[in-house]
Design a protein around this ligand. Structure first.
Ligand code: FES
Ligand code: FES
Length: 168
């Protein structure tokens, strides 16, 4: 079934079954591989993209349900104000370890910052609770979100500031 999708400001006509998960279409049909597959059952957050600015798990979202909503992926999130600040903070804090979960983490963090410009630790924990990181970069993720919000690193656990500037 042919369907028109708006992804990152561009229209794509895709000919796939309506039940095909949006993630397959983004990666295999359109060819954008920044969004990752991991659990495939909406449990890990690796596949997170935005639909009209709201984070969704693309591994379980039938492409037929997207409709006219704008899909934003990690490839274009830096063009938004909150996405740019999150990505800059991610680099400043050196969040990434293996990197596999990080597209999804950044998409969830960007949606949080747009919705809640100055999140509390509880806001951050709630918004990020569905994004799993097997490398356990959670402390640096929280620090980066606080930096994106406030302009300065705020350590969210009792660890030396120097420890969040380098990889473990
Ligand atoms: S791959 Fe979609 S939530 Fe894990
Ligand atoms: S950085 Fe490795 S899984 Fe998160």
């Amino acid at each position: 079934m042919a369907q028109t999708l708006r992804v990152n400001g561009h229209e794509h006509v895709v000919d796939v079954e309506g039940s095909t998960p949006l993630l397959w279409v983004i990666r295999d049909v359109i060819g954008m591989t920044g969004t990752k597959f991991s659990c495939g059952i909406a449990q890990c957050g690796a596949c997170t993209v935005h639909l009209d600015g709201n984070p969704v798990r693309s591994c379980v979202l039938p492409v037929s349900s997207v409709g006219n909503r704008e899909v934003t992926t990690i490839e274009a999130i830096g063009a938004t104000d909150s996405g740019k600040r999150i990505q800059d903070a991610w680099l400043a804090v050196d969040v990434v370890q293996c990197g596999y979960c990080q597209s999804g983490q950044i998409m969830s963090a960007t949606a949080l910052l747009k919705r809640t410009p100055n999140p509390t630790d509880a806001d951050i924990d709630a918004a990020m609770s569905g994004n799993i990181c097997r490398c356990a970069t959670y402390v640096r993720i929280r620090a980066a979100i606080r930096q994106a919000a406030t302009g300065k690193i705020v350590v969210t656990q009792a660890i030396p500031v120097a420890a969040i500037g380098g990889r473990k």
